[in-house]
Design a protein around this ligand. Structure first.
Ligand code: IPE
Ligand code: IPE
Ligand code: MG
Length: 262
């Protein structure tokens, strides 16, 4: 009999324990992946699309409810025009080639960020997929496009300020919940885990508000090399963590025992 692969054993172990509901990924290192091979940076982005496909499938299989992928930041517009155009073209290709797979797997496609800034040839397939997958219940796949965490918080603050100015909201009634209703992630479950690839230890303006109590996994692998096995290792790491939310370890363990009895 053939030996099971490391990834399939890991997948089995990960599935046996609670998985994070919402995972965010900072997909970094495409350019370096290409550069070390003497290839144009765009080839790294192209290879990165295969990682997106593989990680999304794995997330769906292990039962993650929400996967948010940082595909293009507000700051990435400042890259050379040729690279930006290449990235937009790859996005369009991705949205078109994944159309059936997303629908067949019960995935709902969503986007956050200043999506209006994207070119029409990206916005159109994006809107089509968003509309056609709107009733799917399986997993929500959110693409962060022209996204920045500070930009998102500023946008929410403007909405709140407008509501106060109109007399619809009193400043004393503004709490976390009221602010969150104006974030682009409104309706998504709380962020449990953030993964960053490429060995960099920074968050680069990703989901700043939402990250407050997320667990972090930094993988020393460039995004095009980050496949199922590497992703499952991050999930397994997450399952080893004790999330304390400011409490003591003893309090958390007591809560767990009570929950198990109930
Ligand atoms: C991540 O890879 C993709 C985007 C930011 C769009 P990079 O293009 O940042 O790759 P490196 O970090 O330069 O290697
Ligand atoms: C973060 O990667 C943005 C995306 C993955 C889309 P960057 O490559 O833009 O981040 P920095 O510049 O290294 O902080
Ligand atoms: Mg980078």
């Amino acid at each position: 009999m053939e030996r099971p692969s490391v990834a399939s054993v890991l997948e089995h172990q990960v599935k046996a324990r609670p998985v994070p509901r919402h995972v965010g990924i900072i997909m970094d290192g495409n350019g370096r992946w290409a550069e070390v091979r003497g290839l144009p940076r765009l080839e790294g982005h192209r290879e990165g699309s295969s990682s997106v496909r593989e990680v999304t499938r794995t997330a769906r299989r292990v039962g993650i409810s929400a996967l948010t992928l940082y595909a293009f930041s507000s700051q990435n517009w400042a890259r050379p025009a040729e690279e930006v155009a290449g990235l937009m073209e790859l996005l369009r290709e991705f949205l078109e080639s994944e159309y059936s797979e997303i629908l067949d797997n019960g995935i709902r496609l969503n986007a956050i960020g200043e999506v209006d800034k994207m070119p029409r040839y990206v916005k159109e397939p994006l809107e089509r997929l968003r509309r056609d997958s709107a009733h799917n219940q399986g997993m929500v796949l959110t693409l962060a496009l022209s996204y920045g965490g500070r930009e998102e918080i500023l946008h929410a603050m403007q909405q709140v300020a407008r509501a106060v100015a109109n007399g619809e909201l009193s400043p004393d009634r503004l709490g976390e919940k009221e602010l969150e209703e104006h974030l682009w992630t409104q309706g998504l479950p709380p962020l449990d885990l953030v993964v960053r690839t490429s060995g960099e230890f920074r968050v680069s303006n990703f989901l700043l508000w939402q990250m407050a109590y997320a667990e972090l996994c930094f993988a020393d692998v460039l995004w095009p090399d980050f496949r199922s096995e590497a992703f499952l290792r991050c999930l397994a790491q997450y399952q080893q963590r004790e999330r304390r939310f400011g409490l003591t370890s003893a309090q958390i363990q007591r809560e767990d025992t009570q929950r198990a009895k109930a």
